[in-house]
Design a protein around this ligand. Structure first.
Ligand code: C2O
Ligand code: CU
Length: 550
């Protein structure tokens, strides 16, 4: 494959949105940031220059990084932050992925502005498993916050007050027509009649599942998370934070202007009064001569905020192609089985001056706490005391998660990882808790691997009857998939990528509260199945820096 070089310069920039000007960290001056365009099999080097005020890392979401966790860009998991005034070059190899992915900051909530699309075209000499589209368009859904996000997140974590809520959603950086002071800058997509476009859709919003629809146009989903799917013909989409979708759209309607809209799903956390702010729009505009309508048509099929049924129905459609060109390798003989509860609940922090009860989120009632040296370096160099290897395969027996309310058990803080042998066949069943109250979906994301979604269902998972309904024939292959509200999700993968890999809910509110953990995948027997050497100039944490000097 080819080799590509990019420079990402991160600076604090002023952006005017929703009638006010806020400072946001951006890459090369724009939000969304630069598009990466490669072919399958290519390699890229991205030199990230941090000219902002705080340390950052950048993650290449959905890129497996074979044997190279050093470039995964997860703060305190695979590296320490790139400090202000310094730079670091990521080496990213595109091995098996094909379609749309994205990159984003993986340090604090700066991914509000620090994100962009990755387009991975079929390898030279190969093509799509569908007729070649006439053209393509990238659509990135995002979210806006007001005030200084860094200090509100820090304050929330140290005081027990709520983490920030977004004030609006955006499409390609703009909230669109229906939001205050936003009409002039609404994003417009000019199309020609009678063409088929490939839409590369990314949900980069920090903490929201979004419904998405195009007025009077049907959508055909042909891929998700850089894996092709059996075509799904639909009038609306639900996309979780972290997910990407490849969608065909044919411009077969009368010449005119049509809204493309995105609306939050399950927004009870947002408060009814704010609903109007969350309809982000852009305009699909046909080229040609016609009378311009006073207002574009709004998509009548866009589901309402609490339409759980439409949300679940959509997620059930995904199936992989599962043919000889795109085979499925779902593991059948599982060697590691994990049942993991995902909960929202309370935690008690103790610090020198006080004891404080705060919000927390957990996996098996453990709330992830970042170490001060990254897990990868600690593992690679055998530094003890950074993490423990006792992340449990089951929730603790005292933990009653089946009720409707928040489990009235306090959550335990910990930096507990799970160690997997090379080529371990893993099944994870994620169980949503707080069945009536609590959160909406939990979009679970795994680094370093893709996984197969073999099953999902309502209520509490039954390990005798539910596996009988698993799809082991053509399950979709993804890196992020939502655990349904009031239900469970079962996934399978082979741990064939040695390294240190974060997994977490992609709602940053939940991740920040601790709904995450880490897999360490051990080396195989050969050099080709072992972690590569660390790159020179790896950003070190203060603690590991000191250690290196000793
Ligand atoms: Cu999209 Cu852990 O990230
Ligand atoms: Cu979540």
């Amino acid at each position: 494959g080819d080799v590509h070089f990019y420079d990402f310069v991160l600076t604090e920039e002023n952006f005017t949105r929703l009638c006010s000007t806020e400072t946001m960290l951006a890459v090369n001056g724009s939000i969304p940031g630069p598009v990466i365009r490669v072919h399958k099999g290519d390699t890229m080097y991205v030199n990230v220059h941090n000219q902002g005020y705080y340390g950052v890392t950048i993650h290449w979401h959905g890129v497996k990084q074979p044997r190279n966790p050093w470039s995964d860009g997860t703060n305190y998991i695979t590296q320490c932050p790139i400090e202000p005034g310094s730079n670091f070059t990521y080496e990213v190899i595109f091995s098996t992925e094909e379609g749309t992915l994205w990159w984003h900051a993986h340090s604090d909530w700066t991914r509000v502005g620090v994100h962009g699309a990755i387009v991975i075209l079929p390898a030279i000499g190969t093509t799509y498993p569908f007729p070649k589209p006439d053209d393509e368009e990238i659509i990135i859904l995002g979210s806006l916050y007001s005030g200084n996000l860094k200090s509100s997140v820090d304050e929330a974590l140290h005081s027990g007050i709520d983490l920030p809520h977004s004030v609006a959603y955006t499409i390609n950086g703009e909230p669109g027509d229906l939001c205050p002071c936003s009409k002039e800058t609404t994003y417009r997509w000019m199309v020609e009649y009678g063409k088929t476009y490939l839409v590369r859709l990314v949900n980069a919003a920090v903490s929201a599942d979004l419904f998405f629809a195009v007025a009077q146009h049907n959508l055909t989903v042909v891929g998700t998370d850089a894996h092709y799917t059996k075509p799904i013909s639909t009038s609306y989409i639900l996309i979780s934070p972290g997910q990407t979708m490849d969608i065909l759209l044919t411009t077969n309607q009368s010449l005119g202007h049509y809204y493309i809209a995105a609306r939050q799903f399950w927004s009870h956390e947002v408060g009814v009064a704010k609903f109007d702010l969350v309809n982000a729009t852009m305009i699909l505009q046909y080229k040609g001569n016609y009378t311009i309508p006073s207002s574009p048509t709004f998509p009548s099929n866009l589901p309402l905020y609490k339409d759980l049924r439409s949300a679940i129905t959509f997620t059930k459609h995904f199936k992989s192609l599962a043919n000889k060109d795109y085979p499925v390798y779902v593991p059948l003989n599982i060697t590691t089985r994990m049942f993991i509860t995902l909960s929202m609940g309370g935690i008690i922090y103790h610090n020198l001056t006080s004891t404080l009860e705060a919000m927390a989120a957990s996996a098996n009632n453990i709330s992830w706490s970042n170490p001060t040296t990254d897990v990868l370096l600690a593992y690679y160099r055998n530094i003890s005391g950074v993490y423990s290897t006792d992340f449990p395969d089951q929730p603790p027996s005292y933990f009653n998660f089946t009720g409707d309310d928040f489990p009235n058990t306090l959550t335990e803080l910990g930096t507990k990882v799970k160690v997997l042998n090379y080529n371990e066949a893993v099944e994870m069943v994620f169980q949503g808790t707080n069945l009536v109250q609590g959160a909406g979906f939990h979009p679970m994301h795994l680094h370093g691997h893709s996984f197969y979604v073999v099953g999902s269902g309502p209520g509490i998972y039954d390990n005798v009857t539910d596996p009988k309904s698993f799809n082991l024939v053509d399950p979709v292959e993804v890196n992020t998939f939502a655990v349904p509200k009031q239900g469970w999700l079962a996934i399978r993968f082979v741990a064939n990528n040695p390294g240190v890999w974060f997994w977490h809910c992609h709602m940053d509110r939940h991740m920040t509260w601790g709904m995450s953990s880490v897999f360490i995948v051990k080396n195989g027997d050969t050099t080709e199945t072992s972690i590569r050497k660390p790159p020179p100039q790896l950003p070190l944490c203060e603690a590991s820096f000191r250690l290196r000097l000793e």
